[in-house]
Design a protein. Structure first.
Length: 403
């Protein structure tokens, strides 16, 4: 019995061509005349007189047993033919094979693992009757693919399978894009909720002095709701996502200097409240470039500054913008917790958190730097980080082509 998964439906099912049944049975049927051939051979060889003493009932019993054996063989051949079946669903290729009279087995190949399909019509008979062999090559080890022999209209079956593979590919791509969008939006929502959480926490903890009881109660409720929102978004971001292009750019000419300056200004109050010094050093060159200004501001500059502020408990954050030839370089350095050597390879990957994130920035999703890297590379730029290790601070570099 074939068990279908949720949303799976049968597209086609078929057995081997009837010519395969004829091929398997014709030899067995010919064996029916074997006793008569033996009798004729015995007569020609002159040994028939030696067989006459055998009682007739014994000969009849032997013949009956022989014909019974022939009929059993024919029944097994027919049963195997009838019960051997190929099923094509919108997700899988399934081969149900009758191995013996009381034993069946099923082999399954998922559509997303199929890499190539070939057909073969080898003989004139196969061409005239319209059947042949299909070979399905999968992404597994050699020999793991499927070989379907005696398949009616193999080119038609091949087309059906290829259509389902294309549908599976499109569906997976759609799911990837939806998943990526959810993570992308959730990451941004998490950023805003985290800021609200910090603001409400400051009010509740008395950082702004004594406040009325009603206002304190409202702030406490708002803090609780915001924490729930952050937790919900974190649960979404904890789910894995697949590779997909997230940077769909709205290209325009803009001044990166203005973007850096304005974004830095938006962090000035938070840095002051935390006791962290925020420095900027912007050269006198032209920093005009072409790209998606909003994405660079929100997901590159803001992400890097937000990380620097989270992981710098004291000291300073320095923002530098310079130009060498046709390359604009932005660097953001801090005196924070630094980056462990083993973390360097994963901090720009999806969900790649540093070793210190769980204790210093528990709300880190691990996607901020991945988004930043994707957007930078979509602008034909590059991004990397440097750090001498724990408590030695870190420095992030971003380069864009200038105009």
């Amino acid at each position: 019995m074939i068990t279908h998964t949720d949303g799976e439906r049968v597209i086609a099912r078929f057995r081997k061509h009837w010519a395969m049944l004829v091929h398997d049975t014709i030899g067995t049927i010919l064996l029916t005349g074997l006793p008569f051939l033996v009798w004729i051979a015995a007569s020609s060889a002159g040994v028939l007189p030696f067989l006459r003493p055998i009682p007739a009932p014994w000969i009849e019993l032997l013949l009956a047993f022989w014909f019974l054996l022939i009929w059993i063989t024919l029944a097994v051949i027919w049963t195997n033919y009838y019960l051997d079946i190929w099923v094509i669903t919108n997700r899988r290729i399934i081969n149900v094979e009758q191995v013996s009279l009381f034993h069946r087995r099923a082999a399954v190949w998922n559509m997303d693992r199929v890499q190539n399909i070939s057909t073969q019509v080898a003989t004139v008979l196969q061409t005239l009757l319209g059947f042949g062999t299909i070979e399905v090559h999968t992404a597994g080890r050699p020999g793991e693919g499927a070989r379907m022999e005696g398949i009616p209209h193999p080119d038609v079956v091949r087309t059906i399978i290829l259509d389902q593979i294309e549908r599976v590919g499109k569906l997976e791509e759609t799911i990837k894009k939806q998943d990526e969008l959810v993570h992308f939006v959730s990451h941004e929502v998490k950023g805003h909720l985290s800021k609200n959480k910090a603001a409400f926490a400051s009010i509740v903890e008395g950082d702004y002095g004594t406040i009325p009881k009603d206002l304190a109660k409202m702030a406490d409720l708002a803090l609780t709701d915001t924490e729930k929102g952050v937790k919900t978004v974190m649960n979404v971001l904890d789910k894995p996502i697949d590779d997909v292009e997230i940077a769909r750019l709205s290209v325009e000419e803009f001044d990166l200097q203005t973007s850096v300056f304005e974004t830095a200004q938006s962090f000035a109050e938070d840095a002051k409240r935390k006791g962290v010094q925020l420095e900027t050093a912007i050269g006198a060159e032209s920093f005009k470039m072409r790209g998606d200004r909003l994405k660079i501001e929100e997901h590159v500059i803001r992400n890097l500054l937000d990380n620097a502020l989270h992981y710098t408990l004291k000291g300073k954050i320095r923002i530098e913008l310079s130009r060498t030839g046709n390359v604009i370089r932005l660097s953001i350095s801090d005196t924070g917790v630094g980056i462990a050597a083993e973390d360097m390879l994963r901090i720009f990957t999806k969900g790649g958190k540093g070793s210190y994130s769980s204790t210093i920035n528990a709300e880190s999703t691990g996607y901020g730097l991945y988004f930043a890297k994707t957007i930078v590379e979509a602008h034909k730029g590059r991004i990397w980080a440097e750090s001498e290790g724990r408590d030695k601070g870190s420095r992030f570099f971003v380069e864009f082509p200038a105009i």
